[in-house]
Write a new protein. Structure first.
Length: 423
């Protein structure tokens, strides 16, 4: 029996449900792990009916991307009213972050499944995304021209701000210790006013200070996850490059073997599955990062401001030298098995905790403002890790310079304080 023609509003509601369901399934299972049969069954319609609304899985992915961009454009557009430049910036930050928090699933799919889009569609969406960033660059340039905002390079600063805001989709929890509005308030305060309280650091006596706690574990953080397989360096590098550029689900073990210059049988001698390679990449990068953070904190001494500035600068440089691993670590964790994901999450939490410890040390000394240390650490790292999405080693700005700009942004804030002179 032929299905009755539905009224336009009913069709719109069904399409919205299809997009919502597709977003949930892509978020939970990944694009590669979801079929159109899965979508149809979850919506409660036949596959034939589903194809009347979306012709293919890539088209459904495109709809998800477009819906998120429409919401972001609408919300940010409403916030860009005719007010002073500092208020414009404040409005922009709050508006964009509110979209990220409210649409976490869509945002995750938007940033982590873009590999699967048609090249032309992807180019169009990137262009629309760049238009959003261009609005922010205009605000920063206007503010710098008026002497109201610190923005030595609007493009670099804007990219860092977008990273700081967008990365909230990875760590915000609706049932966490802070609500969405509270997180928004903390992040905007950090970006606008910075972490510094204005108080000077007093060097502690030589006998004081036990130093920073060691972060890099001597053994795996979770026994059930096990040690990663011992993978030849060439295979690990080849897998990281392919996962970073094509995506985990779209990369075959044969492609990895070919890129590494080994046969497939030799590759499987070292690994049990492609996921083992993904785990090995994550684990190697996480362990190296913790060792780096241990060293950076010791290098910079006891002054929390100097330590944080040094850590930000050094972390930025890693973003340029370990581009493939960073892209995989930031965007491909969803494909890890549960035991492996638990190991990586524990190592990731150690790194965030190590940065938060610097913030807390500064707060105890009164040189840092009373902002949530974990949110501060996550926001700062979000801006830095976002460099893997835009930084070009052959570009006009090197990683160390970008890191210095971000250190200034997070420590001093974007807004130049108004100096009141006595009459």
């Amino acid at each position: 029996m032929r299905e009755a023609i539905r009224a336009p509003k009913a069709q719109e509601r069904r399409l919205a449900k299809i997009v919502e369901t597709g977003t949930r399934l892509f978020d939970e299972r990944g694009f590669g792990g979801t079929t159109m049969d899965d979508v149809a069954a979850s919506v409660g319609i036949t596959k034939r009916t589903l194809y009347r609304y979306v012709a293919s899985k890539p088209q459904l992915l495109l709809l998800i991307h477009e819906r998120f961009l429409e919401a972001a454009e609408r919300t940010v557009g409403d916030a860009d009213s005719d007010v002073d430049v500092v208020t414009r910036l404040d409005n922009f930050l709050r508006a964009y972050l509110s979209v990220i928090i409210k649409r976490q699933r869509s945002v995750r799919v938007f940033f982590e499944e873009e590999y699967h889009l048609d090249a032309d569609d992807r180019s169009t969406l990137v262009g629309r995304r760049d238009e959003l960033e261009a609005r922010l660059r205009v605000i920063l340039r206007d503010g710098a021209g008026e002497g109201r905002l610190r923005s030595p390079d609007a493009a670099v600063v804007a990219a860092g701000i977008f990273g700081a805001l967008a990365s909230a989709y990875q760590w915000f929890r609706p049932r966490g210790h802070l609500t969405g509005p509270q997180v928004t308030k903390q992040v905007t305060a950090l970006l606008l006013s910075g972490l510094r309280s204005g108080e000077a650091f007093a060097e502690p006596p030589a006998t004081d200070g036990a130093g920073w706690s060691r972060l890099a574990p001597a053994a795996p953080a979770n026994k059930s996850g096990g040690e990663p397989p011992r993978v030849p360096a060439a295979a690990l590098r080849a897998a990281a490059r392919l996962f970073a550029t094509a995506g985990f689900s779209e990369t075959s073990t044969q492609q990895i073997a070919d890129a590494a210059g080994v046969n497939k049988s030799a590759l499987f001698y070292h690994i049990g599955s492609k996921e083992d390679l993904l785990f090995a990449i994550h684990h190697e990068f996480a362990m190296a990062s913790l060792a780096n953070l241990d060293r950076w904190r010791e290098e910079a001494g006891h002054d929390p401001e100097r330590v944080l500035r040094h850590v930000i600068a050094r972390h930025a440089v890693v973003m340029s030298t370990e581009w493939d691993s960073v892209r995989v670590f930031v965007g491909q964790s969803r494909y890890l098995s549960r035991p492996h994901a638990q190991v990586i999450e524990e190592l990731r939490a150690r790194y965030v905790g190590g940065v938060a410890e610097i913030v807390e040390a500064g707060q105890r000394l009164g040189i840092f403002r009373d902002l949530d240390s974990r949110v501060t650490a996550l926001t700062t790292l979000g801006a830095l890790n976002w460099m893997a999405r835009w930084f070009d080693p052959s570009g006009r700005v090197d990683a160390a310079t970008a890191g210095a700009m971000y250190a200034d942004m997070f420590l001093n804030g974007l807004v130049v304080p108004v100096r009141v002179t006595a009459p």
